[in-house]
Design a protein around this ligand. Structure first.
Ligand SMILES: Cc1cc2nc3c(=O)[nH]c(=O)nc-3n(C[C@H](O)[C@H](O)[C@H](O)COP(=O)(O)OP(=O)(O)OC[C@H]3O[C@@H](n4cnc5c(N)ncnc54)[C@H](O)[C@@H]3O)c2cc1C
Length: 398
């Protein structure tokens, strides 16, 4: 048996590593295990970029959490000595004029009322300011300077380094397989590699793998697969900020969003919509032919200059989707010594800088204003997802 910790964190994605760091800073002995190498290549957090935007429709809690998270990303840039959060601004555009209560309108009003300064864009302004968007298909929208993207895999890499420096026992090469229990009390985990890790409290933060470790979660969350494309533009000058920024291209109706030219020399385009349920370990995670054709159709109507770009990389990345699309952060209601921090549902990374404090408060049993939204909850199988920016169904005819 490995020496005992106060807290064992299972999974070193953004949920787990921030939890481990925060618990360590509160003086606890913390162990962090992951199959590794870190950042783990198949983790949802391990990617070249993730959108950081506060546009969450009417959901003011998420908006305020992102406002705090953005402050945190700036601090991380300082601490890392490297800019891994890029505040390019975010462009939110729509194929229909803004209309009362839609995602565009409610997000725009929410940030305005928060005292921020989104800039409304007409169809002409979209084309003039962002010349790659020259089809006229997008007729309304806004640009918000406060937002951008994080180089997520690199961020996790830096946080893992910081955790090790701070005294977290970081153990890549260890895959939790089974909870060790005494009656209803969880006492740690046994790993596939044959080691046992004992702890007073275990936090499962294994992303899409979590419901396989704790099957009672399978009725409320599922791993779903979503396509990502890297496109190498022929003329990259069209795709660099400020003339091209992180964009949400009418995501509630289409799901498509993307990033300006990244350091890899590519424009990344992805779709925040529905995806097939997949097993995190028993699937090739490839992009399907229909994903390619849908992506080409999107480029035709949004930015034809990318149609002849070479596709240098594709990937199907896993969301750990809860039925209502809110995160799942709580102590287990029946198993003592066990908490869960997961359910990223395709929008979790941007909250990294606020997760540590939130999750550590919950596992310590301290009050936290943001925690009730993410509590352990009964959800009807018919529960619909409510993440406002996400495409939830068939495209509307526009
Ligand atoms: C295609 C795609 C696009 C996305 N875009 C955005 C975006 O633009 N903005 C945004 O904010 N969010 C985005 N997200 C969501 C975001 O990536 C996730 O919410 C977040 O990264 C989830 O972090 P996590 O720590 O829960 O999971 P993960 O990052 O998957 O980490 C889980 C960790 O657990 C480890 N693990 C697994 N099994 C075990 C085990 N048995 N024992 C020990 N460790 C284990 C894994 O190795 C992994 O390191 C996107 C997700 C996807 C898939």
């Amino acid at each position: 048996m490995n020496s005992s910790s106060d807290f064992l964190v299972v999974g070193a994605g953004i949920f787990g590593v921030t939890t481990a760091l925060e618990l360590r800073s509160r003086g606890y002995r913390v162990t962090l295990i992951d199959p590794g190498p870190l950042p783990y290549p198949l983790a949802a957090s391990t990617d070249v970029s993730k959108v950081v935007r506060m546009e969450y429709g009417e959901d003011l809690q998420y908006m305020r959490m992102v406002i705090r998270a953005i402050e945190g990303f700036h601090c991380w840039n300082e601490e890392f000595g490297e800019e891994l959060y890029h505040e390019t601004g975010v462009m939110v555009v729509s194929q229909l004029p803004m209309s009362s209560g839609d995602y565009l309108d409610s997000s725009y009003r929410a940030v305005l009322e928060e005292g921020l300064q989104p800039e409304r864009l007409s169809a002409d302004e979209i084309r003039e300011r962002f010349p790659a968007w020259d089809t006229g298909r997008y007729v309304d929208g806004f640009y918000h300077a406060r937002g951008g993207y994080a180089e997520s895999g690199r961020v996790v890499g830096k946080l893992v380094e910081k955790a090790a420096e701070a005294g977290v026992a970081v153990r890549p090469g260890q895959t939790a397989e089974e909870l060790l229990s005494n009656g209803s009390r969880v006492q740690g985990v046994q790993t596939r590699e044959g080691e046992s890790f004992a702890a007073d409290h275990t936090v499962l933060a294994a992303g899409s793998w979590t419901p396989w470790l704790l099957p009672e979660l399978q009725k409320v969350m599922t791993a779903t697969g979503h396509p990502i494309f890297h496109l190498k533009p022929k003329d990259s000058s069209l795709f660099t900020p400020p003339g091209f920024v992180v964009f949400l291209a009418d995501t509630p109706r289409t799901g498509w969003y993307g990033f300006p030219l990244l350091r890899e020399g590519i424009v990344k385009v992805a779709r925040h919509g529905g995806g097939p349920a997949l097993h995190p370990e028993h699937d090739e995670r490839v992009v399907y032919e229909e994903d390619f054709s849908q992506m080409r159709a999107f480029l035709e109507e949004a930015m034809p200059a990318l149609l002849d770009a070479e596709i240098t990389y594709t990937r199907r990345c896993l969301y750990n989707d809860t039925l209502d699309e809110h995160f799942w952060i709580d102590r287990h209601p029946e198993k003592e010594g066990l908490s869960v921090a997961t359910g990223g549902s395709g929008h979790g990374f941007k909250f990294g800088p606020v997760f540590g404090e939130l999750i550590a408060d919950v596992v310590e049993g301290k009050p936290n204003d943001w925690a009730p939204k993410f509590r352990w909850r009964e959800l009807d199988p018919e529960t619909l997802g409510v993440e406002a920016s996400r495409f939830h169904g068939d495209a509307e005819e526009v």
